[in-house]
Design a protein around this ligand. Structure first.
Ligand code: SAH
Ligand code: SF4
Ligand code: F3S
Length: 476
């Protein structure tokens, strides 16, 4: 899953989320989320299931009857952070023995009963495909029994569950379009924690987008680990499953969502370089409301490293995909994910990543040093042999480079005018609002009469590597 929403990027900031608003109910739930956008989207499903079964919510863990942590396993430090949190919550339990502490998400799936039986840090364990079972699991835990469901499903997409929107601004929302991942990138734990790839019924996706628009939302982000392999009613081998019904590809789905309303912006993530087709790029070009922004994680700029990573493409293939984006979508911005110090990475191989970043001129990158994950192909096949200090030095190098690229790209925006969707009032000043342009650049500008959900034409006047400032022009 990708990491472009800076506000909720666990890997960088470790942000937690709670259900908005406090209501009276029989039992109080405190829910905190870590990880990728998919996990935050899942927390909205969990919130929906539990509020329907009579739970109210609290922002204060001390008030809670049930504490749930929706967790991430992507890197070792993501798991460490959750263990620390669980220890803190267990101190609350000392004074409140009836408190149920549960773990959801990828760590629950990866560690199964370990946190419950060996480490005794939790009372309840529910994997990503077991959330419908949460009301039962909580009852089981309440009665003092072990509550565990880590079954992965080939079908579950939670298509019929209307998520409770946890984001506060009422402007942007996530829509999960698929679950799981069938790629076996050798470094990655996701196929083990999320199970097999499955696509969600396009009708339910479309209805969710329409409902969101009617409620005033103005931007949806379609989520999947590899959105380019979204497929409905057709197998990977292109065999139609039910001949009487239409098939739907990702490009077609994108178009259907774009047609909901021209005022509803559409974003998506994550695209996979081996699967991203020109069809998708042409659909993006055709609709003003499909954002001109592509997150295309490269991981490494060296073909041998990419082969060890089992990514399914070469440096040349990736550069060709970038060329296709630049040709079909000349205004688009591009971001990436990069891993430094993967097994066996030499200095030359690392320098290939540096040179590729320069050629691609990424607007943003999410950069990580390699963290070996149990059971992955890399753990079984390769030695994690790049010393920690070398991994960190290489990480620093790509971070510094990315900072420079972003600074230059943002400076180039000065003098240009963009359409910005207003998302909220600036944290620094109540006289300013912030929002993003189609290219996903955060823009801050004087509030005037703008409110969240409005579109404004903004001329850029100043820039840094993270944001730009401007003034509203020609809006009447
Ligand atoms: N499905 C997305 C990625 C999901 S994980 C894709 O294929 O692009 C998000 C990012 O975390 C990955 O792109 C990768 O850069 C990083 N990541 C995944 N496993 C990692 C590991 N073991 N160590 C360091 N970074 C990792
Ligand atoms: Fe992990 Fe690769 Fe799947 Fe992304 S595509 S989730 S990196 S296995
Ligand atoms: Fe997402 Fe972390 Fe799981 S990145 S899919 S929450 S391992």
């Amino acid at each position: 899953m990708n990491w472009e929403n800076k506000e909720i990027d666990e890997s960088v900031q470790g942000t937690a989320t709670m259900i908005e608003g406090e209501t009276d109910g029989l039992k109080k739930l405190y829910l905190e989320s870590y990880g990728c956008q998919m996990n935050f989207s899942d927390s909205e499903i969990v919130a929906s299931i539990l509020t329907k079964s009579g739970f109210s919510t609290t922002r204060n863990p001390l008030d809670a009857d049930v504490i749930l942590l929706n967790t991430c396993s992507i890197r070792e430090n993501a798991e460490q952070r959750v263990r620390n949190k669980l220890s803190q919550f267990n101190t609350i339990k000392k004074n409140n023995p009836a408190l149920v502490i549960g773990i959801l998400g990828c760590m629950a799936e990866r560690l199964k009963t370990e946190l419950l039986e060996q480490e005794k840090l939790v009372d309840l364990v529910a994997g990503p495909d077991a959330y419908r079972d949460l009301p039962n699991l909580i009852d089981t835990a309440d009665s003092g029994q072990k509550a565990v469901n880590v079954l992965l499903s080939r079908e579950e997409t939670y298509a019929d569950i209307s998520p409770v929107r946890l984001g506060k601004n009422g402007v942007n929302a996530f829509i999960s379009i698929m679950r799981g991942c069938d790629n076996m990138c050798s470094f990655c734990v996701v196929p083990f924690t999320r199970g097999r790839e499955r696509s969600r019924d396009p009708e339910s996706i479309l209805n969710e987008a329409k409902e969101l628009f009617e409620k005033g939302f103005r931007e949806v982000t379609l989520l999947g680990q590899n959105v380019d392999s979204y497929r409905w009613n057709i197998t990977k081998k292109n065999e139609v499953i039910e001949p009487s019904k239409p098939t739907v590809s990702f490009a077609q789905l994108l178009e259907k969502i774009a047609l909901v309303n021209p005022l509803l912006r559409v974003r998506f993530s994550t695209s996979h370089p081996k699967d991203m087709t020109d069809d998708v790029l042409h659909v993006i070009a055709k609709y003003h409301n499909i954002c001109k922004y592509i997150h295309l994680p490269v991981q490494s700029g060296n073909t041998d490293v990419l082969a060890r990573m089992n990514r399914g493409y070469s440096r040349e293939w990736y550069l060709e995909r970038i060329k296709a984006i630049r040709t079909i979508l000349p205004e688009a911005s591009i971001s990436s994910d990069i891993i430094t110090g993967f097994c066996g990475e030499t200095e030359e191989e690392h320098q290939d990543t540096v040179s590729l970043m320069k050629i691609c001129n990424f607007d943003y990158s999410y950069m990580f040093s390699y963290s070996e994950r149990p059971k992955t192909l890399a753990e079984r096949k390769f030695k994690d042999d790049v010393p920690e200090d070398v991994k960190k030095r290489r990480l620093n190098e790509v971070q510094t480079l990315q900072h420079d690229l972003a600074f230059k790209n943002n400076s180039a925006a000065i003098g240009k005018t963009f359409e910005v969707l207003v998302e909220g009032i600036s944290k620094r000043s109540s006289d300013e609002v912030y929002g993003r342009n189609s290219q996903n650049l955060t823009v801050i500008f004087p509030k005037e009469n703008f409110k969240p959900g409005d579109y404004a034409m903004v001329k850029i006047t100043e820039s840094t590597s993270a944001t730009v400032r401007g003034i509203a022009v020609n809006n009447n």
